[in-house]
Design a protein around this ligand. Structure first.
Ligand code: BG6
Length: 299
C-alpha cells in the first residue's frame, strides 16, 4: 500500500512456487518467481499491471511461464541440443546470499539478488560451469531494473559463448494502437524468413500482422508508445546490442496452448538481447547486462 515502507518479502505464489515481492513506498511493486528467475508482475503506483502474463500461463515446472520477463540463456531461440531459449527460464534459482558489488545507485533500496549455477546433470547438456547472478530492483519512482552478471567458472581453461535476451512481455491496451520508436532504419534479421537480413524503412514501427524480428546494433533507448493508455515504456539497455520485437498474432496465438486466442492484442515483446554476435567469456571473466523499464504518462 502507498505510504508503507519499502519491503522485500519471500512468499508462496501460484501452485506453491516461491516468489519474492518487492514493494516501494509510493505503491509500485514487482514479483519474481525463483522458478525461472522470472519477473511475473510489475505494477505502477496506482496498482496497474504493466507486464503481460497470459491468463492461460501454466505455473508448473518445467514449462516456462508465458509472460513477464523470462530470461533466455545460454541461447536465444533453438539450435543444437539446447532447448528453445536455453534452460535458465526453466530452472529453480536461489536467493544469492553473497551478491557482488554492483555500480552503486544509492536510491535503489528495494531489490532481490538471485543466482543460478549448473548441476552435474546440467553440465551434461551444456558442458560449462558458470555463475549467473540476477538483481531485480524497483526504484522509488517505480522503474524496474534487471541486472545480470554472468561469470565463466570453468576450471578446464575453456571459454564459452552464449546468446541472451530479457524476453520482456509488455502489457498494451491494443496492439494496433502501439508504436515503437528507436528502431527505424536499422537492419534486422527476420525470424519469419529464416533470419534473412533486411533494413527497416524510416516509418514508425506499428503492428498489423505477425512480427518476429531481431534488430541489430540498436540504440540503448527504445520507446514503446501505447496511445490508448497515454503511456510510454522507455526501455534502456546496457551491454545488449540487439532488440527482438515479437507478436505472434492470431494464427500462432491459437497454436500456443498457454496463450489465449486474443492475448496477442494485449501484448508486445520487446527484448533487449545479444544474438547476432554471441558473447564469449574466458574463464574468470564476466559480463554485465542490464535493462531499466521506465513508464511515462501523458495527461
Ligand atoms: C521470441 C522469438 O523471442 O519468443 C519467437 O523471437 C518465439 O520466435 C517467441 O516464438 C516465443 O518463444 P517460446 O519458446 O517462449 O514459445
Amino acid at each position: 500500500m502507498a505510504g508503507d515502507k519499502p519491503s522485500v518479502e519471500l512468499c508462496k505464489g501460484i501452485n506453491g512456487l516461491d516468489k519474492v515481492v518487492l514493494r516501494e513506498t509510493r505503491g509500485s511493486s514487482a514479483e519474481v518467481y525463483l522458478f525461472g528467475g522470472q519477473v511475473t508482475s510489475w505494477k505502477n503506483e496506482h496498482g496497474e499491471e504493466l507486464l503481460f502474463v497470459s491468463s492461460k500461463a501454466i505455473f508448473k515446472p518445467p514449462k516456462a511461464v508465458r509472460g513477464g520477463i523470462p530470461i533466455c540463456f545460454p541461447q536465444f531461440s533453438s539450435h543444437g541440443n539446447l532447448e528453445q531459449h536455453g534452460f535458465a527460464r526453466n530452472k529453480f534459482w536461489s536467493i544469492d546470499t553473497n551478491p557482488p558489488q554492483l555500480p552503486s545507485n544509492n536510491l535503489v533500496k528495494t531489490f532481490v539478488d538471485l543466482i543460478l549455477k549448473p548441476t552435474d546433470d546440467d553440465i551434461k547438456i551444456w558442458p560449462h560451469s558458470y555463475e549467473f547472478r540476477l538483481r531485480v530492483a524497483l526504484t522509488p519512482g517505480g522503474d524496474l531494473m534487471l541486472t545480470s552478471r554472468i561469470r565463466n567458472t570453468n576450471s578446464d581453461g575453456k571459454p564459452f559463448s552464449f546468446t541472451f535476451a530479457y524476453h520482456t512481455y509488455l502489457l498494451v491496451s491494443d496492439i494496433s494502437e502501439v508504436r515503437v520508436e528507436g528502431l527505424e532504419t536499422l537492419d534486422y534479421l527476420d525470424n519469419l524468413k529464416e533470419r534473412e537480413r533486411f533494413t527497416e524503412q524510416g516509418d514508425a514501427i506499428t503492428f498489423e500482422s505477425e512480427v518476429d524480428k531481431i534488430y541489430l546494433s540498436t540504440p540503448n533507448k527504445i520507446a514503446i508508445i501505447d496511445h490508448e493508455k497515454k503511456r510510454t515504456f522507455v526501455l534502456r539497455k546496457d551491454g545488449l546490442p540487439d532488440a527482438v520485437v515479437w507478436n505472434p498474432w492470431d494464427r500462432k496465438a491459437k497454436a500456443m496452448p498457454d496463450f489465449g486466442d486474443d492475448d496477442y492484442k494485449h501484448m508486445l515483446s520487446v527484448e533487449a538481447a545479444a544474438i547476432e554476435k554471441p558473447i564469449i567469456l574466458k574463464p574468470g571473466s564476466s559480463r554485465m547486462m542490464s535493462i531499466a523499464d521506465v513508464p511515462m504518462y501523458r495527461h
